[in-house]
Design a binder for this molecule. Structure first.
Ligand code: 13P
Ligand code: 13P
Ligand code: MG
Ligand code: MG
Ligand code: MG
Length: 371
């Protein structure tokens, strides 16, 4: 029995600034999704938030890229945007870049991670929700989960996953993709995904010999690029991901383990700075210091045979991640001391999509040749 899990998110207004989602936006989205559940469009849903990003988590039978499901998400974002406008929230409708819905939210602003798969007898899933960063922030943790034996013991000791996995990597500049197999192409994979602003892990698949169907993803990341749609900086593409766990896949703890290291990601203030990603529970997913530091929330679910989302379990609500949070704060302090200097501020080529070119342009005519 195949089911689709869709996570569709958008920033449709911050409260205040870019800090968090106002509860009335969540209520508005809940009303619309409740109605859709009653009507049988979706099987179940949950509305979450991460910083200023509203997160719709839905199960249904309509497959990926379904006009009905994307249309539903679009309607929920539109309705919540009206509320955001009434409340005068900051950047109301920020990520809804086009006026008209045309069958699919791709390229319209919202971020999407969705996968269709055959339900296992027990289906443990984690949805990750990041704020103040970009899709490449998932490269390191997804790599660790599915390809690094120092993270995932199962790659070594579980015969069901000992053969490794297949990674689908997107070149977001050239709009091309490549499939790489691990462990045999580990170094090629790293050559690409280490450049996280350009090469982004889109999906992970089982390999030949794995008990799960080869064409059904086991992990998926949103890779939308807002600046390409908007033509100018309107905020970073705060990403989401779905990862399935256990029984031939990384165990729940192996899925979470990469976040014990608060690696550096780009985003943070004005989408223009490098900083550590801090794993937090939902109640702490409200970035404020220098609009950050970047956050990641992990929600744990069991999907029931009827498609119910049994959860969420707020997975980083665990003192075992206290050390990572403390480390993230130390790194925050260290990075902040660089002020406007790289590598705290992003390199020039990544600043192209910010407001910096406007400043540089004004200096252009002041430059003269050096003898
Ligand atoms: P339990 O013994 O608690 O079921 O844990 C099994 C396991 O594999 C943990 O990773
Ligand atoms: P968001 O991408 O979360 O809207 O943040 C934008 C920003 O400029 C933060 O300083
Ligand atoms: Mg915002
Ligand atoms: Mg955001
Ligand atoms: Mg954003």
């Amino acid at each position: 029995e195949k089911i689709t899990l869709s996570v569709i998110k958008a920033d449709i207004g911050g409260w205040p600034g870019h800090s968090r989602v106002h509860p009335q936006l969540i209520e508005t989205a809940e009303e619309i999704l409740s109605k859709a559940k009653e009507e049988g469009t979706i099987m179940d849903f949950y509305v979450a938030y991460a910083g200023d990003d509203l997160q719709l988590i839905m199960t249904h039978k309509k497959g990926v890229d379904s006009p009905e499901i994307h249309g539903l998400a679009w309607d929920a974002f539109k309705a919540a945007t009206e509320v955001a406008k009434e409340l005068g929230l900051y950047g109301a409708g920020q990520d809804l870049l086009k006026d008209a819905f045309s069958g699919n939210v791709r390229g319209l602003g919202p971020g999407v991670a969705e996968m269709e798969f055959t339900l296992r007898k027990s289906e443990p899933v984690v949805t990750f929700h990041m704020d103040k960063t970009e899709p490449g922030a998932f490269n390191l943790p997804i790599f660790r989960m599915f390809a690094d034996p120092f993270n995932t013991a199962g790659l070594v000791i579980d015969p069901k996953m000992h053969m490794g996995f297949r990674f689908e990597v997107w070149d977001i500049l050239k709009h091309k993709r490549v499939i790489l197999n691990t462990p045999e192409e580990l170094y090629d994979l790293l050559a690409l995904i280490g450049a996280k602003s350009r090469y982004v892990i889109k999906r992970v698949y089982p390999k030949e010999g794995h008990p799960l169907p080869k064409d059904e993803p086991v992990a998926v990341v949103s890779t939308e690029k807002l600046y390409e749609v908007a033509g100018e900086y309107v905020g970073k593409d705060d990403p989401v991901a779905i990862v399935r766990a256990q029984s031939g896949l990384p165990a729940l703890g192996e899925v979470l383990e990469p976040f014990a290291f608060p690696h550096l990601v780009s985003g943070w203030m004005r989408g223009s700075h490098n900083g550590p990603i801090m794993p937090v529970s939902m109640c702490d997913a409200n970035p404020t210091r220098f609009d950050g530091p970047p956050r990641v929330v992990a929600l744990g679910w069991q999907i029931s045979p009827k498609g119910e989302l049994v959860g969420p379990v707020d997975l980083f609500d665990d003192p075992a991640f206290e050390y990572a949070r403390q480390k993230a704060l130390e790194i925050t302090e260290y990075m902040r001391r660089h002020g406007p200097f790289e590598p705290h501020r992003l390199p020039l080529e990544e600043m192209e999509y910010t407001t910096l070119p406007g400043v540089l342009k004004r200096l252009e005519e002041r430059f003269e040749d050096i003898e």
